[in-house]
Design a protein around this ligand. Structure first.
Ligand code: HH2
Length: 294
């Protein structure tokens, strides 16, 4: 798995990649409507690309705990004007959606990746992705749905449960003719898991297996990080964005160190800088290993 096949790009994963988040929702928990205006959102896409984003991820429906769904027409009205501009920016563009109608229109406009927090479980979603020649797809684990996931989070050891869920999702996608090199997987940090369960998924990321697919992980600004900062869960939402950068970047680097190939982040500039340090160390490790062999 050195590359991820997407509509227009075969993404080289020999280096970890940064997926920059562009939330087009007025109710997003992290940037609360800041980019709701199309022009501001397009400018934000351009800024993330300048900062070194390898992929843009456009989402027009919030999935924060308790969030309500929006009709497809509204999601499309928020998404399409920004997507039209984003596909001209020379980076792969992902669309974060669960709805088959939104997937179809996004792919028709040139989107490269469908990022589905419901792992193509909505009726018709699998048909759209399977019907496309080569778009990439992210299959993510979510327990229940955004409206209810934190009311009754998962129980017990999440690692085998997440592995079994994603194993089944991949099997179904392959059976429907989606080529394996198109599929990336995501353990779904914060989607129906307790703080401890989220950190178990980080600590034991390697145990998730399914190594023939790249892992994409999204720790950015998630409330589970609040516990590590000595805060109550609810206090994370009240924090200034700049105070959420350091824990988010730390979690992204820990995830990469445990094998993640793509990190989904709000703070692209800081994550790219931190990955520079990670890369510099690994380059020396590789050199050292070669010297030892010589
Ligand atoms: N997290 C969110 C949304 N989409 N997609 C993937 N693959 N992985 C994630 O962890 C993930 C995701 C929620 O975060 P955010 O986009 O910041 O918030 P909101 O959904 O409220 O806009």
């Amino acid at each position: 798995m050195s590359h991820w096949q997407t509509s227009r790009y075969s993404i080289d994963l020999t280096q970890p990649r940064v997926m920059g988040i562009v939330n087009l929702t007025p109710d997003s928990f992290s940037d609360g409507g800041q980019h709701a205006g199309h022009a501001a959102a397009i400018a934000h896409c351009e800024q993330l690309v300048r900062e070194g984003a390898d992929i843009l991820d456009l989402g027009a429906e919030s999935s924060r705990p308790g969030a309500a769904t929006v009709p497809a027409e509204e999601e499309l009205a928020r998404l399409l004007p920004v997507l039209r501009a984003a596909v001209t920016m020379d980076v792969p563009v992902s669309v974060d959606t669960c709805k088959p109608q939104v997937m179809r229109e996004a792919l028709d406009l040139g989107a490269d990746i469908i990022n589905d927090i419901r792992a193509l479980r909505e009726p018709g979603a699998m048909d759209v992705v399977a019907g496309h020649a080569c778009c990439g797809v992210v299959l993510m684990h979510m327990h229940r749905d955004p409206a209810t996931m934190q009311v009754q989070p998962m129980r017990g050891d999440v690692v085998p449960q997440v592995r079994a869920f994603l194993h089944a999702a991949v099997a179904e996608a392959l059976a429907r003719g989606i080529a394996p090199q198109r599929i990336a997987l995501d353990p779904g940090v914060g989607f129906g898991k307790t703080v401890e369960q989220n950190f178990a998924l980080l600590a034991r990321q390697a145990e998730l297996g399914l190594a023939q697919h790249p892992w994409l992980v999204g720790w950015s600004r998630k409330s589970a990080l609040a516990a590590a900062m000595g805060l109550k869960l609810a206090d994370m939402a009240a924090l200034h964005n700049e105070d959420r950068v350091a824990p988010s970047v730390a979690a992204a680097i820990l995830a990469v160190e445990r094998g993640a190939r793509i990190v989904r982040v709000h703070d692209v500039r800081h994550t790219v800088a931190a990955l520079g340090v990670w890369r510099a160390m690994h380059a020396q490790q590789a050199t050292g290993e070669q010297d030892t062999k010589a």
